[in-house]
Design a binder for this molecule. Sequence first.
Ligand code: ATP
Length: 932
Amino acid sequence: MDPTKTSQPSEPPSAPWHALPPEAALERTQSASEGLSEEEARRRLERYGPNVLHRESRNGPLRVLFRQINNPLIWVLLGAAVLAIALGKVTDGLVVLAVVVLNTLIGFIQEFRAGKAIEALSRMVPELTAVLRGGRKVTVSAAELVPGDVVLLGSGDKVPADMRLIEVRNLQVEEAALTGESVPVLKQLHPVEADADLGDRSNLVFGGTLVAAGTGTAVVVATGGATELGRISTMLDEAVDLQTPLTKALASIGRYLTIAILVVSAVLLGVGLLRGYQTSEALLVAITLAVAAIPEGLPAIVTIALAIGVQRMAARRAVIRKLPAVETLGSTTVICTDKTGTLTRNEMTVQALWTPSGAWSVSGVGYAPHGHLLEGGVPVDEVPEAARKLLRAGVLCNDAALQQREGTWGLTGDPTEGALLVAAEKAGLGVEELRERFSRVDAIPFESENQFMATLNEDGQGRRHIFLKGAPEVVLRRCALGDGVTGAQVLAEVERLAGEGMRVLAMAMKMVSGSHDRLELEDVAEDFSLLGLEGMIDPPREEAVAAVRMCHEAGIVVKMITGDHQKTAESIGRELGLQAKGAAVTGRQLAAMDDARLAEVAVSTNVFARVAPEHKLRLVRALQAKRHVVAMTGDGVNDAPALKQANIGVAMGITGTAVSKEAADIVLTDDNFASIAEATAEGRRVYDNLIKSLAFVLPTNLGLALILAFSVAFFPIQQVAGVLAPLMPMLPTQLLWINLVATVALALPLAFEAKELNLMRRPPRSPEEPVLSRFVVVRTLLAAVLMAAGAIGLFLWEYRSEVARVGHEVALREAQTMAVTTVILFQIFYMLTCRSLKGSIFKLGLFSNRTVFVGIGVLVLLQLGFIYLPFMQRVFGTAALGWEALGLPVLVAAVILPVISAEKAWRSRRERRRARDREPPRGVPMGPRVPA
Ligand code: ATP
């Protein structure tokens, strides 16, 4: 924040905020219990600036740069450069140095940009907060809060600024962000000692802390940099860790590779010396090998592929909060998802009313006794008394609001509650008027755990009523039934409506004395009279049906875990194709099971109903015990433990609480199940492409190492200009050229490769599958040997045919140029085959990834420069080749195409055969399996 703007009301306090009574705090902020007006809020925003903290990135340039340099492969290269210069090979040494610098720079730029892109994602999920402005509840971005704003806090919210509480109901706040103490603190209203510690200022809430339970109202006393959190330090951005299991695996492969390369280099040095090389020449060969065998470009490629994946997922409404999730998504075997709003549209419409004295169905335009739909609204005096009382309770015990915006009706608040308002309006009951007539005195808000909401209202005659609405079982338990209705009858009606897929709410009411002005839990424990039931439909999202089908094809099991009624859950589960038969398992049944039984049920059942958050945690654990990789959605504050436990925690961007978002690996900006399914597909693609890059890069390095080793061991030694020198097919600088230029130009496009055709028709990858799978190793060996053989063969052929005509020196240059060109062409053809790991590239569409051809085009131009530009010839020791001499490397390099095609064909035939006579491999779920 701008330091000139910190003269907030909190600055020159005569008495600190926590020593003031609530009214005095309101007064000092020049606010009132109905909040600021919109104009005043705007004025204050200008004066105090936005409510944001100055953030410092953990991915600052220096840190990223350090990560590039802090890499054993880089050290080996640096050592090689120094050694080369010491041996008098100054050009070679300088080129190696230049490459190290260039490579560090490329890696730095890419990783820095990737880090920034990923950080930017966090801004895609805005922090919103509910405030009173001019007495109306509105939702604003937390950044717009100003001192004096009156904020409404609910469980799961992140406290947006420092505030003095003016009303609390069992408000518990977790202040770990500030005090490190993770046990929630119970808040209260009374002033405390002026010198109380931060942790003891129990009538204040601090920005950055989390509401663990209860509700509260508070007036903002400090925003942005003036808050406690802002004062402690400029907050570090949440660490955007660019490491994932894959990058870690690659880093460890890199370490082993370095050791292996050093050993082989030493062996080569020994062999060279034994064969009579001069020491400096032998050393140079060893250095050359190190340069050749190190996959310099790999780290940058991995980061870029991950960053591309993250950005694509964000475009598809799945915002990654933790990078490893990108990979884990690809091996997800089970998705456990909420129902309401995720699988269904969360567009609730009341369709049925039931009271002890009659039942009605509500049509789109009106309502009518069962079976008779009326056209048009119904005058209120024609609505039976019982139905009117039921609808009235639904309006009063309700926090939603209908508002007319630009000619259409919009809803703020919970769609379940909105439906109740619409139903009342359809019956001619004016919502606004009812709410004025029965003013609200107090309320117990809805929480998933309680499954009910209650309000205390006073009518015009000073009589006070408690209205109760919630899940039928919960409400019924609190009712004294009379009027010839039994509990069993009510429940039968509930089952009937729920069986049609409806969400059913029950309403009840009781009178209390006129002096009653607070609602406590014991006030709503008993003695209610049942008013009736309202049943509402919430149709499945069309795209969810398709997404479930896609998951099934991909061997991913989808499980619905809902707080709704068992019959409702079963009916929706059938519509979505989750579970055709068999009953849904309820939370209560889960609670009665031991872990072993639970694990079985967790695997065999796909619909769970009346589930509480603590059951979710057990379900995740049970599935993980059966070796599943679990993605789990959640929105409430109590879902956080399950989200953390799941391999992929998925939070809802729209309806989710701040607490659930902080615990999640992914936030869905549209709350839609289809977005999770898309993200798993994207996760598979990213992993595929990384393996493609790896399968492309490794053979080049191995191939180059083979070329060197072979020539040191077997090539003739020449006496040139008085020095015993080996006949080397490539110079160190040329090796670097291949290693860096070709790798970057060709491997990068693979990161843009589209989804493979069978991507979502094959079972999930086992998370235990090593990065260097047998497949990658075999492919690497095959390609490396072919490449080495081709390059060595053509090198010898060119040298032999030219040496008599142009002499040793020129012939060697030409032959070396030929060898390098062969390898580069070889890489071009090989890269084409890598576009699909196991399938034919013709099926994939030869031109389906344009970047591939951009890469090839750039490389061909560069290579022509390498061969023909005098400047390049000087630096790299190359020589111009005749055009006809270029045809040969093209032919030889193209051999890789049929060879890899044959290998792929053999592999897919073998896999098909295996799939036929084998059980699913370990770690793969029981989902429907479709042959690849
Ligand atoms: P899902 O887990 O599939 O998203 P859900 O989150 O909608 O389901 P909850 O919100 O926990 O499930 O609701 C559980 C039950 O509580 C509902 O079946 C309903 O009976 C009751 N209920 C839901 N919303 C309200 C509300 N606003 N007031 C009172 N009762 C409610």
